[in-house]
Ligand binder design. Structure first.
Ligand SMILES: CC(C)(COP(=O)(O)OP(=O)(O)OC[C@H]1O[C@@H](n2cnc3c(N)ncnc32)[C@H](O)[C@@H]1OP(=O)(O)O)[C@@H](O)C(=O)NCCC(=O)NCCS
Length: 183
């Protein structure tokens, strides 16, 4: 099998971030299927759909435009995968990428999401040649855009009635940060 487009293996003070592997599946299903985590992000999924979704995510990642890489956020002092980071190139030829993030509710509010996304940002800008990173959220998703603002991302767009999710048309905020803006 060919190698992934690139490898992520980051250790922070409290976390280990690396590509999701089959051993993470049960932990990943815990947050993927949790209604509070899914509310502003995805349509409801059955367990079977979520397993199929992750099987695809764990296959070889080629870094094609729109192709997501799933990374597990693992507690450094244990084996628990408490959340997930996603990355894809919006346009690889422009080194323009997008991140996503989700945390098991039992572990939210401890700064883990900030610690994980901040570390991934430094890796992407510092070592993977990224030029610009965006993140997208529903305007009702206060936790998500507060996290982006804490990461020094700036609101760049408010798309009205932009995606059809959970039976309704939803707005979306787009936040961004450019390589020379990270401090
Ligand atoms: C978004 C998410 C990852 C944040 O996780 P978290 O563990 O609470 O984040 P952190 O503890 O690192 O907090 C980061 C900052 O955001 C703020 N924040 C987090 N959740 C918040 C909320 N619901 N309301 C207001 N502020 C919030 C925190 O207060 C913190 O800022 P502070 O240090 O200045 O207080 C988590 O809420 C989540 O998984 N949500 C569901 C999935 C999702 O919506 N993902 C985003 C898709 S666009």
């Amino acid at each position: 099998m060919k190698e992934d487009c690139f490898t992520i293996d980051i250790h922070t003070q409290r976390l280990h971030i690396r590509k999701m592997i089959p051993a993470d599946l049960e932990d990943a299903l815990e947050h993927r299927l949790h209604e509070d985590v899914a509310r502003y992000t995805t349509d409801p999924m059955t367990r079977g759909e979520a397993i199929a979704f992750y099987k695809k995510r764990m296959a070889q990642w080629n870094g094609g435009d729109g192709e997501w890489l799933s990374l597990s956020i693992i507690l450094a002092n244990g084996q628990k995968a408490i959340g997930e980071l996603g990355f894809n190139y919006v346009a690889r030829k422009h080194n323009l990428g997008e991140i996503g993030y989700r945390l098991n509710p039992a572990y939210q509010g401890n700064g883990y999401a900030f610690e994980a996304v901040d570390a991934l940002m430094w890796e992407l800008f510092g070592n993977k040649g990224l030029h610009k990173l965006i993140a997208i959220c529903d305007p009702r998703n206060t936790g998500s855009y507060r996290l982006m603002e804490k990461l020094k991302m700036k609101k760049e767009a408010h798309f009205k009635s932009h995606v059809f999710r959970r039976g309704e048309w939803c707005d979306e905020y787009v936040y961004s940060i450019i390589r020379n803006e990270i401090t």
